[in-house]
Design a protein around this ligand. Structure first.
Ligand code: FMN
Length: 176
């Protein structure tokens, strides 16, 4: 599959098959992810690969909206950035997470981004406990790192090929 076919087929995957991806495949995806560009080549992004179902289950409770599906994911990669290396650490994380999702797709896995940074645990309590604070209570997140997102990974649990919804791209690109 070439790049253009890959991006045209990728969809967020929130339902996973029970089959656990092989460690070698995850390592290949992570190697590709580590080639991502970063501001001034600071390479500030750090990753935590989690395949323990009990830990993933706890992670899925980090928010009361948009994270519950993670409980069915065989692998979750936490994407973090070392803040002291660059003021653009969050942007570096976002690029890395995007590479991770595309590499997963190329490797035949589905994935979905679950946001962490700046998100409260409870939608109706924006000033309450933050998703990142909660994750720090049971994950060894380095104190010098901020967390941007978690990427859930696994073989797709959907039947057949899912198509992209028709998007209205009017006005999104200007050619001068
Ligand atoms: C910055 C960002 C944050 C996202 N946060 C979540 C999330 O918390 N939970 C979730 O289920 N999906 C999340 N997504 C996935 C988007 O909902 C999804 O990419 C979007 O609806 C487009 O669908 P597609 O990925 O199938 O093309 C996020 C995606 C991005 C890029």
């Amino acid at each position: 599959m070439d790049f253009f076919e890959l991006v045209s087929k990728r969809r967020s995957c929130r339902k996973f098959a029970e089959q656990k991806p092989e460690r070698a495949l995850i390592e290949k995806i992570m190697e590709a992810t580590l080639t991502a560009p970063s501001s001034k080549n600071t390479r500030s992004t750090r990753f935590m690969v989690i395949d323990n179902p009990q830990i993933i289950s706890r992670m899925s409770e980090m928010r009361d909206y948009g994270s519950a599906f993670m409980v069915g994911a065989p692998v979750v990669v936490l994407v973090m950035g070392t803040k002291s290396l660059t003021d653009l650490w969050e942007i570096n994380c976002a690029i890395s997470a995007t590479y991770l999702q595309l590499a997963a797709e190329a490797a035949g896995l589905g994935s979905c981004w679950v946001h962490v940074g700046g998100r409260p645990r409870l939608k109706d309590e924006p000033q309450g406990e933050q998703a990142e604070e909660y994750l720090r209570t049971f994950l060894p997140i380095p104190k010098e790192c901020g967390v941007v997102c978690a990427v859930a990974l696994g073989y797709s649990g959907y039947d057949g090929q899912r198509t992209k919804p028709i998007a209205n791209n009017d006005g999104m690109v200007t050619y001068l």
